[in-house]
Design a protein around this ligand. Sequence first.
Ligand code: ZN
Length: 327
Amino acid sequence: MDHYSKDGCDVYPIIVPAQNLKTINFFLVKHENGLSLIDAGLDDETCWNALQLELEKNDLRLEDITEIILTHHHFDHVGLVNRIVSLHPIPVFASPLSVPRLKRDPQFLENRISFYDNVYKEMGCGELGDKQIQYLRKSIKKNKHQAIQTDIKEIKNPHFLHYNVLEIPGHAPDHIAFWDKKRNWLFSGDLLLEHISSNAFIEPDENGNRLYSLVQQRDSLIQCSSLQAAIVFSGHGDMIENPNDLIAKRLERIEDKAHRFLKLIQNGIATVNDLAETYYKKTYYEQFPLVVSEVVSHLDYLEIQKKVNKDFINGVWHYSLPSNIKV
Ligand SMILES: [Zn+2]
């Protein structure tokens, strides 16, 4: 099905093929007060053309779009914002937490790099960590043009248009979802993907402390399952009907993986660097930041459950099992 319609509301998904993510999805939603664009794909011709085509196909024009609303700040969800707004100035709405990220605020980005620098050092990542920090510093300059040019209107009210706005941090700290209760439709960005599990990336909070991103992701998934949504309009891959089985599967996977890290710790592998290398092998080198994020977020999850202890030895955290924990 390429178009969803219910009770005076129409959703026209724009689905653009992508490699690992399968597709990049964003949505035109025609409602009684206008035409929203939920998320805005990548900043490239393929996404731009797909948007044009979907508008044309449904007898709509770019000028008909009344607002852009964003689920989170990641570049594959905000790509066309500048281009659309430069041709047709409309408000762009996002979580207050998205603003410094979308604006690429220099101080914010600098603090974020210090945060990762500290994590990589404390987790014993050595040279790989230093390299990643150099890469992040370069990308501040390189990606400067990606900053959203227009003013971003903060969504502060839990009711916005015909949606309940849900905070669903985990994949990104600023992640929100739009719940259309009347139609049982959920626009949830990257919270739940049909074909792969969405990663909980470690990120600092506004004071520079590490967020428990996997704990957040887990809570967000549980929140999502309580809605009993009929359709989840997802940021990548297929739309998800009756998502609760899939959510249960994703929650189970978190427990499984945490358990596997516990076993490695029981076998004496003590640092994040060594755990990541042992568990992920080649992928550790190929996808360093992602892999470190996975290990750290799982260890944080274990730590708050008091399933692991940690000691700071020569500037590096060493994890161990409390005597009462059996795996
Ligand atoms: Zn995404």
